[in-house]
Structures are given as structure tokens and as C-alpha cells.
Design a binder for this molecule. Structure first.
Ligand SMILES: *[C@@H]1O[C@H](CO)[C@@H](O)[C@H](O)[C@H]1NC(C)=O
Ligand SMILES: *[C@@H]1O[C@H](CO)[C@@H](O)[C@H](O)[C@H]1NC(C)=O
Ligand SMILES: *[C@@H]1O[C@H](CO)[C@@H](O)[C@H](O)[C@H]1NC(C)=O
Ligand SMILES: *[C@@H]1O[C@H](CO)[C@@H](O)[C@H](O)[C@H]1NC(C)=O
Ligand SMILES: *[C@@H]1O[C@H](CO)[C@@H](O)[C@H](O)[C@H]1NC(C)=O
Length: 946
């Protein structure tokens, strides 16, 4: 039975195979025998027509399907197909030799059995601008032996390009651009010796070696490989192809084009050159001025340096010139302003200097003028306000002075003059700019009278930014709306009341009124501003009083009301703010408890309630998978122990609970938080011994640990010191320039630094402090502390520590302040402390130290106060001289030791002596400067010490 079954199966298989073979051959014979006209009809009937298949499509180079219509809709069976729309026949043979169905609303798949492939005489085939629904490009395309032009661009083809394309040996033009990621794995163009145009934009060519594009025929006219993920080095000789007209390699940001070549007499036909976001090294050569046909030049973000060649001013056909985001230096070339046909000039984000020209002869067609983020200066010349076609004028981040002129044309949509030094008022002609969408003038010296009638006709206005100017007056009589206004910034404008016109801003999303003098109660109507759209509200640094404003919190993500005088409780309405991401209510007089819902949030990242009068316990409702990054409850009256659920805050980086009445033992529960960098529990009622860590690697990222002013006792926790990884090895080179905090919120802290409380407005990630002062720790200071090499501040003062100062402290090479005062330390000051070249503040007073004070270097800068009330210290700066026995030990380091130090620390003695005497001088604003090149700087703001 089994045997019979097997034979039977084989028989069936053979029958099936022969049947299939038969089917296949009859099918292909039917394909070739079908008449061209029925083939076309069949092809058309296999697809459907949808207008959306041919929507208009623009890139910087092409405009496609502007006036699309269904060409095949007029095809009639009873007519000769040679007369159909889009069909071209040979006059004599009547063969169909051309088919142009571009932008014809065609929608559906093209399979390899399509009758399209039974038109063997086709020479040109254009199916661009349709929707072939992710069809693969069939290998049948390789059978059009006579094809010279194949255009399948922007028509939703997909997948690998078939190898058979390389059989189209007559092909002159191949355009497969703008499909949905075609994969190109073979350089099919290598065999196509007639090829003049190759367009593969948006395909994935990451596995193609750029060098396979070398040695293109000298008759090449078009090479367009925009955003193809080309990688590697390409010796770019394209510019030297004598007939090249279009060269587009933009967006291949892994493509290294070396330096721009110099090609004598060539590229004179080049019209379109787009190499944006490719990588170049070096300068743009003067010879670019020889490319007389150039209309479009885009070298955005290419890492070019040097000056912008004035010869560009010779390229009178230019319509687009984009050199933005490079490192061009030197004078702004004025020749560019005389180009007659320019429609877009983009020179922003370079390092250009100098004034704008007083007169221009070109720019009559300019729409976009972008010169922002340079160092341009002088006044804004009058021609700038006369340009008849101007739509965007973007000049922010320069050093322009003088007044803003009156606009003569009303074409302007975007105006950004922020971050300059402009004076005067807003020109009255603004009121006529009916297309104005974006008006941004922050950080100037403008005196602005906010008369809103001025804006009454600007129905398209979406953004107004007058921050950091002087708002002279606000006229509050308004009877109209700004239907599209979504962003309003009036920060630091010296205003003293809420602008009533906000009432008309019902679509507002972003409102910044911070740093003003707005006083009193928050008006009720503010709750309706931007009803369900407001996501950002900043009222910080004002004089707001009374109860917390009744806002609609529904859409709020960022709420800043810090540094006001609000009182009362945090309203439970805030629980409606389910998208709240940053909440900063610090420095008010808020009372009541911390609402449970805030702590329960899975979205909230920053909760800053410091310096209020909140009481009660910290809610226990921290949920698993929460998003907290910074929790700051410093300076309230919170009590009770820490909730165990704090351990759920796996993303927590900063926890500041200082100056409350919290009790309990050392917060072991936090030691497993891998991201915790700052832990401050100073001035609370924590108590008891600090035992051994409960986890293997406690606090792996901790940089600031402040447990001062509590009731801890027992020995110093040697095991923790052993594992504070982040304090042992900080690679300053890598993290030096980072500050903690993200987006709109910058972490800030109060820390005891060099003897004073300082508010760190920004926390540098390398900032490293241990403060155990004012507790009852006893016993000796463990040697292991000397391995916490990145420590900048160490404070063990006001404890009961005994024994010697470990000489290993001399290894704390970054230490800037050391306070061991008010303990019972004995013995001598280790001479190794003289190695601490950054030490600015030393306090060893009130101990039982004896012997000579080390001499030399930083020790020459400390005064008596560092040493008072000890048993027997001698030598400078004390008046007690050391006797001969003591003096021997006081020798400064030998010369060799000096040299060694220099080598280790990489800077010279001169720099160190500059450091002398720059001790502790704090102003309201202090630049915290380091003398070693590359050392970090940070800004600290002095605050009152309670
Ligand atoms: C053509 O091939 C596709 C997919 O292989 C198939 O679904 C379709 O039925 C075929 N059409 C004809 C007419 O054979
Ligand atoms: C180029 O053509 C030759 C000969 O026709 C063929 O052997 C080769 O595979 C083709 N190469 C490519 C990349 O198409
Ligand atoms: C930019 O160019 C400079 C040399 O001019 C080179 O050192 C640097 O690596 C380049 N940057 C990139 C991102 O290619
Ligand atoms: C090109 O511009 C430069 C500098 O602006 C000028 O000296 C030169 O004569 C111009 N060349 C031509 C051919 O116009
Ligand atoms: C503008 O900048 C240039 C170059 O930095 C400088 O030489 C010139 O004095 C400046 N002019 C004004 C008016 O500030």
C-alpha cells in the first residue's frame, strides 16, 4: 500500500508538472500573440482610477502631477489605439513605441503576467506619478529590448530592483526615483553604455560601493541619488563630467566627498547641484563662479570652511543658494545681493561678519532671506523692507542695530529679528501684513506698545514673541480674535498685569509670561485661555499672590509658577492634568499636603515643590514604571519616614528632600536606583548607624551625597565609600560639558560649597560632593575615601571623628574644598595634601592637630582661620614658628616632585600661581572659573544662608 501510494504520488506530480509547463507555454505564447491595442486595454482594465494615486509631488528639483488627469479614461475599444492619449506608434510599422501614462490616476498592482509586457517595441515608457500599490518591479521590464527611456518614479514600486534591468542595453534614461524604498544591490548602470540619466533618489543603496559610480560616460547629463544612504568615500569627479546638468547627491550623510575638485572649463552646463548633508572637507573654490548655468546650489550642512567666494555673484541664473549650517567665515559677500533671479538665499548658521549692503540691484524675486545665527552687524537697510516678493525674513541671532523699517509690500509671512540689538518700536506697517504667521522679535532693545488693533487684521498670526524687550504699554481694549494664535511669549517684558487680550487667544498652546512684575491674584479668566489646547504655561518669577490659579489643566504638559507668592493648597484640580510632564511650583507659600495624584502619575518627570510650606508625609503612591527624573521637595515641613515606594522611581536622577522634618534610618531603599546622581537629605531628622549596603553595587551613579545636619551616628560607612563608582572614576573629558536636566527644565540645587550655601543654577554632571557634616559620626576616617578621585568637595565637620587625617586624601586630585573642622582629629596634617592643586578652601580648625603645616602651593593661600583651635600646629600662616625638629618635616616638595606633578596634571606652574589668592569671592552672580584649559565652568548664584 505504502509502495503503491508512493508511485501514485510521483505519477500525480509528473502530471501536474507537465500541466504547469503546458499552461506556462500557452500563456507566454498568448502574451506575445495578443495585439498591442488589446494588450493596452487589458493592462488598463487590470487597474482602477483614483485621483489620490496622482497627488502633486514636489522636491527641490521636480514638480510632478500638478495637473493630473486619467489619460486612459478616454481610451475606446473601437478606435485604433495609436490615437489614444499617451500612446505613440511608429508611423510606418504601427507598432506601439511610446507609452506615457504619467500622473494618470492609475491604481493597483502590476504583476509579471501583466499584458503591459506584450508591447515588445516600446522605446519609451513612463508610468511615473501613479500608485502601483507596492508592486515589485518585475523582471519582465528587462524584456523591453528597444527601451531607451524608462520612468517609474514616484509610483509606489517596492523591493529589489531586478538584475534584468541591466539587459536594457539601449537605455538612455532610467528614473526609478521617489518610490517607497527600492533596494539596489547590483550596479545595473555598469552595463548600460548608452545611459545619460540615472535617477534613483530615495532608494536604499547602502550595499553599493560608491566607487561603482566612477567612470560614468562623459556624456552623462543627470545623476540624482538623493537620500540613498550611500556610504564611504567617493572621489568626486562628477563635477568634471563635461555634460553634466543635474547632480544631486544630497542627504547621503555618510558619503565622504573629500574636497571639491577643480575642473577647468567643465560643468558649464550644470544647472542643479545639490550636495546637502554630504561630507566635504575644506573650502568652496572661486572656480564655482564658472558654472554659469547654475540655477540651484545647495550645500547645506556640508562642513565647508573658509570664505564664501564672491564669484558666486557671477551666477546670474541662480534661483536657490543654500550655504547654511557650514563654517563659512569672513565678510558677507555683497555680490550675492545683486543676483537678479534669486528666490531663496540661505546663509544662516555660519560665522559671517560685516554689514548688509546699502543698496541692492537684485532680489526682486526673493522669497526667502535667511541670514540668522551669524555675526552680521550695522543697520537694516531700507531695501530690505521693499522687496516685493519677500515671504520669510529671518535675521535672528546677529548684531544688528537701529530701527526696523516700514514694510512696503505685504507678502511677508515670517519675520524673525530676535536676538539682535534693535531699538525703536514695531513698525506700523506690520498691521498690513495680512499673511503674517510668525512674528518673533525677542531679546532686542525694542520699546513695544502692544496695541492690539495693530494685529486685528492678521488673521493668520500663529506666533508672537516679544520676550526680553521693554513693553511700554499694553492697550487692553480688544474686540476681535486672533483665530490662529498658538504661541505667545512676553517673558521679561516688564509688564505688571495680565494682558486682557489673552482672553481672545482661545487656541493658545504656548504662553510664557515669566520674569515680569505681574502681581496680585491670577484672574479667573486665565483658566479659559487656550481652553483645551494650552500645553505650556510659564508664569515663574512674578509677584502673583493669593490662591493657586484655577486653570483648566486638561492639556497642560509644562507648568511653571515658581518664585511667586502663591498661598493656600495645591488644588486637587491638578489631578486633571494627566499629561503633566514638568511641574515647578517652587519658592511660593503653598501649604497643605503633596497631592497623592501627582506622585501617582506615570507621566510626570519633574516635580519641583521646594521652598513652600507643605506638610504631612510624602505620599506612598509612586507607581511602578513611573517617569520621575527629578523630585525636589526641599525646604518644606514634610515629616514621617520615606515611603518604600520611592524605590519605584527607576529613572530618578535627582532627589532633594533637604530641610524638612523627615525621620527614619539611612535611605537604603534608594541605593538600587541606577540613575540616581544627586541625593540630598540634609537638615532632617534621620538617625542611627549607617550599616552595610543591602545591594552589591549601591548608588552606582551618585555624584552628590548630602546627609548633613541629621542625627546619624556610629562609624563612617566605609562600605558605601568603596562602591561609589561615579565618584571614583569620572571621565571628565567625556561628560565635562553636560548639564543635568532636559528640555525646558534645568535641574538646579542648593549646595553647601566652600562654606556657603550656593544655588547651582545648572548642575554640571561632573560636580561631585560628599557632605556628612553636623552629625555624630565617630571613629576614624577610612583611607578608602582617597580613592574618590572626582570629589570636588568633602565635608565631615562637626562630628566626633578621631584618629589621623589619612595621607590618601592627597590623591583627591580634584578636591576644591575640604572641611574637617570641629572633630577630634590628631597627629600631623599629611604633607600629601599639598598635592591638591585645586584646593581653595581648607578648614581644619577645632581639632587636636599638631606639627608643621605643609608649605607651598595652595597652602600659601590659606589663612589662620583654617587652623585655629588645634593643639600644636606651627608654621605659616600661624605666628608660632616650628622648632628645628618640626621644621625639618615642613620642607616644600623637591623640584623633582614638582616636575612629576606637572606631568601628571598637564599644566604649568604659571597657571597654578594664577590660581593663588582667588579664594572665595562670591558675588550675586559668580563665574566659577577653572584655570586648566578644558576644565568646566559653571555659573552659580549666591543665595542667603538661613
Ligand atoms: C497574474 O498574477 C497574479 C499574481 O501572481 C495573480 O493573482 C493573477 O490572477 C494573474 N492574472 C492572470 C490574468 O493570470
Ligand atoms: C553585464 O553584461 C555582461 C554581458 O552581457 C554580463 O555577463 C554581466 O552579468 C552584466 N553585468 C551586470 C552588472 O549587469
Ligand atoms: C569637518 O572638517 C574638518 C576639517 O576641515 C574635519 O576635521 C572634521 O572631521 C569634519 N567633520 C565631519 C563631521 O566630517
Ligand atoms: C566673476 O566675479 C569676479 C568677482 O566678483 C570678477 O572679478 C570676475 O570678473 C567675474 N568673472 C566673470 C567672467 O564675470
Ligand atoms: C561690524 O563688524 C566688523 C567685523 O567684525 C567690524 O570691523 C565693524 O567695526 C563692525 N561695525 C559695526 C558698526 O559695529
Amino acid at each position: 500500500m505504502g509502495c503503491l501510494g508512493w508511485k501514485y504520488q510521483l505519477f500525480c506530480l509528473l502530471v501536474l508538472l507537465s500541466f504547469l509547463f503546458h499552461l506556462q507555454s500557452s500563456f507566454s505564447s498568448s502574451l506575445s500573440s495578443i495585439s498591442p491595442c488589446s494588450a493596452l486595454l487589458h493592462f488598463n482594465s487590470s487597474l482602477s482610477l483614483h485621483r489620490t494615486a496622482s497627488l502633486s509631488f514636489y522636491t527641490s528639483r521636480i514638480q510632478m502631477c500638478d495637473n493630473s488627469y486619467p489619460k486612459t479614461a478616454s481610451w475606446k475599444e473601437d478606435k485604433d489605439c495609436c490615437g489614444w492619449d499617451g500612446v505613440v506608434c511608429d508611423q510606418t510599422t504601427r507598432h506601439v513605441i511610446g507609452l506615457d501614462l504619467s500622473c494618470s490616476w492609475l491604481s493597483g498592482s502590476i504583476h509579471s503576467n501583466s499584458t503591459l509586457f506584450s508591447l515588445p517595441h516600446l522605446r519609451t515608457l513612463n508610468l511615473a506619478g501613479n500608485d502601483f500599490n507596492y508592486s515589485l518591479i518585475s523582471s519582465e521590464f528587462g524584456n523591453f529590448k528597444s527601451l531607451t527611456h524608462l520612468n517609474l518614479s514616484n509610483s509606489m514600486f517596492f523591493g529589489k530592483i531586478p538584475y534584468e534591468i541591466s539587459h536594457l542595453s539601449s537605455l538612455v534614461s532610467l528614473d526609478l526615483s521617489y518610490n517607497s524604498v527600492l533596494l539596489i544591490e547590483t550596479p545595473v548602470w555598469k552595463n548600460l553604455t548608452q545611459l545619460r540619466e540615472l535617477l534613483l533618489d530615495w532608494s536604499n543603496m547602502s550595499s553599493i560601493r560608491p566607487n561603482s559610480l566612477m567612470n560614468l560616460s562623459s556624456s552623462f547629463t543627470t545623476l540624482s541619488l538623493h537620500d540613498c544612504n550611500l556610504q564611504g568615500k567617493l572621489q568626486n569627479n562628477f563635477l568634471c563630467l563635461p555634460n553634466i546638468q543635474t547632480l544631486d547627491l544630497g542627504g547621503n550623510w555618510n558619503l565622504d566627498l573629500g574636497s571639491l575638485p577643480k575642473c577647468n572649463g567643465s560643468s558649464i552646463f550644470l544647472k542643479f547641484l545639490d550636495l546637502f548633508e554630504t561630507r566635504f572637507s575644506g573650502e568652496l573654490l572661486d572656480s564655482i563662479g564658472n558654472m554659469k548655468s547654475l540655477k540651484h546650489l545647495n550645500l547645506y550642512n556640508c562642513n565647508l570652511t573658509g570664505s564664501i567666494p564672491t564669484s558666486l555673484g557671477n551666477l546670474t541664473k541662480l534661483t536657490t543658494l543654500d550655504l547654511s549650517y557650514n563654517s563659512f567665515r569672513g565678510l558677507l559677500p555683497l555680490s550675492l545681493f545683486n543676483l537678479p533671479n534669486l528666490s531663496g538665499l540661505y546663509l544662516h548658521n555660519n560665522q559671517l561678519v560685516g554689514p548688509l549692503p546699502n543698496h541692492v540691484s537684485g532680489l526682486l524675486n526673493i522669497k526667502d532671506l535667511y541670514l540668522s545665527s551669524n555675526f552680521l552687524n550695522g543697520t537694516l537697510p531700507s531695501w530690505m523692507f521693499n522687496l516685493p516678493s519677500l515671504e520669510s525674513l529671518i535675521l535672528d541671532g546677529n548684531q544688528f542695530i537701529g530701527e526696523i523699517g516700514e514694510f512696503k509690500s505685504n507678502s511677508l509671512g515670517y519675520l524673525d529679528l530676535g536676538y539682535n540689538k534693535l531699538q525703536g518700536s514695531i513698525p506700523r506697517s506690520i498691521s498690513k501684513l495680512v499673511n503674517l504667521t510668525y512674528l518673533s522679535l525677542p531679546s532686542n532693545n525694542l520699546s513695544i506698545m502692544l496695541e492690539l488693533e495693530m494685529f486685528s487684521k492678521l488673521k493668520n498670526l500663529e506666533l508672537l514673541d516679544f520676550s526680553n524687550n521693554n513693553l511700554v504699554s499694553i492697550n487692553n481694549n480688544v474686540t476681535y480674535t486672533l483665530p490662529k494664535l498658538s504661541s505667545l511669549s512676553l517673558s521679561s517684558c516688564n509688564i505688571s498685569e495680565f494682558p486682557i487680550f489673552l482672553r481672545i487667544a482661545t487656541t493658545l498652546q504656548f504662553l510664557d509670561l515669566s520674569k515680569n512684575r505681574i502681581y496680585g491674584q491670577v484672574p479667573k479668566w486665565l483658566g479659559d485661555v487656550g481652553r483645551d489646547s494650552l500645553y505650556f504655561l510659564d508664569l515663574h518669577d512674578n509677584l502673583l499672590q493669593g490662591l493657586f490659579p484655577t486653570l483648566r489643566f486638561l492639556s497642560l504638559e509644562y507648568l511653571f509658577v515658581s518664585n511667586n507668592e502663591l498661598s493656600g493648597e495645591i488644588p486637587s484640580l491638578i489631578c486633571n492634568a494627566s499629561s503633566l510632564y514638568v511641574l515647578d511650583l517652587s519658592h511660593n507659600n503653598l501649604s497643605g499636603v503633596v497631592p497623592k495624584c501627582l506622585v501617582h502619575s506615570n507621566v510626570l518627570s519633574v516635580l519641583d515643590l521646594r521652598m513652600n510650606s507643605l506638610h504631612g508625609t510624602i505620599p506612598k503612591t509612586f507607581s511602578k514604571g513611573n517617569n520621575f527624573r527629578d523630585i525636589n521637595l526641599n525646604g518644606n515641613q514634610l515629616e514621617g519616614p520615606l515611603p518604600q515606594a520611592l524605590a519605584n522611581c527607576r529613572n530618578l536622577e535627582v532627589l532633594d528632600l533637604g530641610s524638612n522634618k523627615i525621620n527614619g534610618t539611612f535611605p537604603y531603599l534608594l541605593e538600587g536606583l541606577l540613575n540616581l546622581k544627586v541625593l540630598i537629605i540634609r537638615s532632617n531628622k534621620f538617625q542611627g548607624h549607617i550599616g552595610s549596603p543591602k545591594t552589591k553595587f549601591p548608588f552606582p551613579n551618585l555624584r552628590i551625597l548630602d546627609i548633613s545636619n541629621n542625627e546619624f551616628n556610629g562609624p563612617l560607612p566605609i562600605k558605601y565609600f568603596k562602591y561609589l563608582k561615579a565618584m571614583t572614576n569620572v571621565d571628565e573629558g567625556k561628560v565635562a560639558l553636560n548639564y543635568m536636566g532636559k528640555g525646558y527644565y534645568q535641574d538646579s540645587l542648593n549646595v553647601m560649597m566652600k562654606g556657603s550655601y550656593i544655588e547651582l543654577v545648572r548642575i554640571q554632571t561632573v560636580f561631585t560632593i560628599i557632605d556628612f557634616s553636623n552629625n555624630s559620626f565617630r571613629g576614624e576616617m577610612p583611607k578608602i575615601i582617597g580613592s574618590l578621585k572626582s570629589l570636588k568637595g568633602l565635608n565631615f565637620s562637626h562630628n566626633n571623628l578621631t584618629g589621623y587625617i589619612p595621607s590618601s586624601f592627597g590623591n583627591l586630585s580634584n578636591l576644591e574644598w575640604l572641611d574637617l573642622s570641629f572633630n577630634k582629629l590628631i597627629g600631623e596634617i599629611p604633607r600629601q595634601l599639598a598635592n591638591l592643586l585645586w584646593l581653595e578652601v581648607l578648614n581644619l580648625s577645632h581639632n587636636q592637630l599638631t606639627g608643621p603645616i605643609p608649605s607651598g602651593k595652595q597652602f600659601n593661600t590659606f589663612d589662620n582661620d583654617s587652623y585655629i583651635e588645634n593643639l600644636g600646629l606651627c608654621g605659616f600662616p600661624l605666628s608660632r614658628m616650628c622648632d628645628s625638629h618640626e621644621a625639618k618635616k615642613q620642607q616644600p616638595l623637591t623640584l623633582q616632585q614638582k616636575d612629576k606633578l606637572e606631568l601628571e596634571n598637564g599644566f604649568s606652574w604659571q597657571a597654578i600661581s594664577m590660581g593663588y589668592g582667588c579664594g572665595v569671592i562670591f558675588g550675586m552672580l559668580m563665574g566659577y572659573l577653572m584655570f586648566k584649559i578644558g576644565k568646566p565652568k559653571w555659573i552659580v548664584r549666591m543665595v542667603k544662608v538661613e
